[in-house]
Write a protein that binds this ligand. Structure first.
Ligand code: CA2
Length: 170
């Protein structure tokens, strides 16, 4: 499995750090991206990072990821609540998808409580601020490790893949 992870951000997230700091914090998207690049290299993940305000562009990147990547971390922005097209594109992917929301969408307006993307996400992170992206990267790194039988992923899932030691795992 590829260790390439697509980190996708949807509409208006280019404004991060510029407005509404009470909801979305004061880090800019560039800050988030450089934090994620640093963490990705520690996790031996390759990152491809994109943001768009356009649904079609996000779908094209999901299609590209489908061919090349081992996972997607996506903050779909408001498209989480509206876009069956993004759901359909993600549903074609055979690898883990982690959905991130900076704010706790369940504490906000009821129209934000439902996410189409959650239907295909391995996990959802919401309300941890921009730290959520790093938590998502750690999780997707673990899932990729488990799928490829790498040491870090062997805590539970790698039974039978490690060298026999003569000692019981329990
Ligand atoms: O909490 C999140 O990450 C959201 O995905 C952000 C979306 C919102 O529609 C979702 O319900 C939850 C909105 C992104 C708007 O980003 C801005 C950032 C700074 C200033 C203004 C908007």
């Amino acid at each position: 499995m590829s260790r390439l992870v697509y980190l996708l951000n949807g509409p208006n997230l280019n404004l991060l750090g510029e407005r509404e700091p009470a909801v979305y914090g004061s880090e800019t998207l560039a800050d988030v991206e450089s934090d994620c690049r640093r963490l990705a290299s520690q996790l031996r993940l390759e990152l491809e990072i994109h943001q768009s305000n356009a649904e079609a562009q996000l779908i094209d990147w999901i299609h590209a990821a489908r061919e090349r990547a081992g996972g997607i971390v996506i903050n779909p922005g408001a498209f989480a609540h509206t876009s069956i097209a993004i759901l359909d594109a993600l549903a074609t992917c055979q690898f883990p998808i982690i959905e991130v929301h900076i704010s706790n969408i369940h504490k906000r307006e009821t129209f934000r409580h439902h996410s189409y993307v959650s239907l295909v996400a391995s996990g959802v992170i919401a309300g941890f601020g921009t730290q959520g992206y790093q938590l998502a990267l750690q999780r997707i790194g673990r899932l990729i490790d488990e799928a490829t039988g790498n040491e870090k992923g062997k805590r539970n899932g790698g039974k039978g893949k490690s060298k026999p030691t003569g000692k019981s795992a329990r």
